[in-house]
Design a protein around this ligand. Structure first.
Ligand code: CA
Length: 527
């Protein structure tokens, strides 16, 4: 009997499909009763009521009786009723014969594409680019490998079906299933490739007045876990991860490698295995983006390894002052300054927002449990949020958060022009950066990253523009080679060596370094 019932149901389902087909083929797409933009709100709300407007021409009174008058608002001018309904109630109401449509009752205070952007994306100029749905760049087709503490499940990375997570490799414990016991790698991944699903703005059918999405929300990612839950790891694991990225570059189209991890500089880069590893990645065609470190108080010489390597793009932290205008921006006092120890290379190469950035929260991870006050309250970006909505975002500072912003921009550049070499990407990023007023060159490098300008740049690297082979250390750029960037005069700062006599090196206490461990370059709270 059961089988027979099932067969009857299946037959009915097939019939429905069959009947639907001619409608679709006729090109007149049936209007769904529940507006598709409501689905995002329903997915977030789970079982909580969400505000909706129900269209029921001629049946407003009847509908309000069904819903119960309390809390419903008749909207006679549009032949509808405003109410707060649970997803189950919405499903029931949609079955009423006189109901024509259900749409979200969106807050009207927000929010177009630009006004819902967070400070980070506004600061780097993404508001000047077309929105993703208008054909703006998203990094689609470009893979960014992230050497960090792993990756946790998050709606902005595809939830339980993270289709853009192409691979996860755990160099610490060899686990197969993606995880992030520290919470750091997930945060970094969100800044690069989070798509903002959990903070979808109202004009995209969500509930949020502000969206926290990554710079390249369409990019694919590979997560290489080298840090433990406390954010510590060994150089050998980082090197093994870099090696893995090089070996699998073509398989996953890995074009960018983000390393928001730093450690002590053991000596000149020519003798440093970490530097040799990142150079090998660079030469294999991978844009390597490294955090400069948070050793600003150390003064010159505070750039960490592997950000000390001359090839890679080394990123310092910009303080946006939590305003969209760049006029008040400064380089964070904690951001590491060049020149580098031993080699005296000019570093960092540029700066990007890196103070109090908001990105993905990895619930129950080490940083989430240790600093719960850094969770972003849902009520700060969703008006009148559903009660059971848990915080999805977190706040961190440091050059760890600045590097992924640049890695995301690199992904956008490579989507638009896959023929760019790592040298081209670096030259364009630096030539188009905006000098930060008052900032020392050895703190800001070429200046603050500018995404639209980098995307519009058309220069190609040539000669000694950082692509020069520094080789075995005996072919350092000749002292008379100077680099003139478009927006910044580097005549004072050749890409060669700095004079030892300019700095007093005696003040550096070598004992502050442990020499063994690499760790994240994050500050929990900024300045
Ligand atoms: Ca600002």
């Amino acid at each position: 009997m059961k089988a027979r019932t099932l067969a009857a149901l299946l037959a009915a389902a097939c019939l429905t499909l069959f009947l639907a087909a001619p409608v679709a083929s006729a090109g007149t797409k049936p209007t769904p009763l529940i507006d598709p933009s409501l689905n995002a709100a329903l997915a977030l709300a789970q079982t909580d009521p969400v505000p909706v407007i129900i269209s029921a021409p001629g049946h407003i009174t009847q509908l309000r009786q069904v819903l119960g008058d309390t809390g419903t608002v008749p909207l006679t001018v549009v032949h509808g009723v405003a109410a707060r309904l649970t997803p189950a109630e919405i499903a029931s109401v949609a079955k009423l014969p006189y109901v024509k449509a259900l749409v979200p009752d969106a807050p009207v205070v927000s929010a177009d594409y630009v006004s819902s952007m967070d400070i980070t994306n506004l600061t780097i100029g993404l508001g000047q680019l077309p929105a993703p749905w208008q054909g703006g760049p998203t990094g689609t087709g470009v893979t960014v490998a992230i050497i960090d503490s792993g990756i946790a499940e998050h709606p902005d990375l595809g939830g339980k079906s993270p289709s853009r997570l192409l691979a996860f490799v755990d160099f610490t414990k060899g686990k197969k299933h993606p995880y992030d016991d520290a919470g750091h790698g997930t945060f970094v991944a969100g800044l690069i490739a989070g798509d903002g699903s959990a903070s979808l703005p109202t004009d995209e059918g969500g509930l949020a007045t502000q969206q926290f999405r990554g710079v390249a929300p369409g990019a694919d990612i590979v997560a290489l876990k080298v840090l433990n839950k406390f954010g510590e790891g060994r150089a050998s694991d980082v090197i093994a991860a870099i090696q893995w990225a090089i070996q699998h570059k073509d398989e996953y189209n890995i074009r960018v490698l983000n390393i928001s991890v730093g450690g002590d500089i053991p000596g000149p880069t020519v003798d440093d295995p970490m530097a040799q590893a990142v150079e090998a990645a660079w030469k294999a065609g991978i844009v390597v983006v490294c955090a400069a470190g948070n050793e600003g108080a150390f003064g010159p010489g505070g750039v960490l390894s592997p950000g000390n390597d001359p090839y890679v793009i080394t990123v310092g932290a910009l303080d946006t002052k939590q305003t969209a205008t760049t006029a008040d921006d400064t380089v964070c006092t904690y951001s590491s300054e060049g020149p580098t120890l031993y080699d005296e290379f000019a570093k960092p190469d540029l700066v990007a927002p890196g103070n109090r950035l908001i990105s993905l929260r990895a619930p129950a991870s080490y940083i989430d449990r240790t600093w719960p006050e850094n969770r972003i309250p849902v009520s700060s970006y969703i008006t009148d949020p559903p009660a059971n909505l848990k915080p999805q975002y977190f706040k961190l500072s440091g050059t760890s958060t600045a590097a992924p912003v640049v890695a995301g921009i690199a992904a956008l550049m490579l989507q638009e022009d896959p023929t760019l070499t790592p040298d081209d990407v670096k030259a364009r990023l630096m030539a188009s950066a905006n000098p930060v007023p008052g900032a020392p060159a050895l703190a800001e490098g070429a200046g603050a990253v500018d995404a639209p300008a980098a995307l519009a740049a058309d220069l190609r690297s040539s000669g000694y523009d950082l692509s020069a082979d520094l080789g075995n250390g005996s072919t350092i750029l000749p002292p008379d080679v100077l680099v003139q960037w478009a927006k910044y005069s580097w005549t004072k700062y050749s890409w060669t060596k700095y004079s030892w006599t300019k700095y007093s090196w005696t003040k550096y206490s070598w004992t502050k370094y442990s020499w063994t461990k690499y760790s994240w370059t994050t500050l929990i709270n900024g300045q």
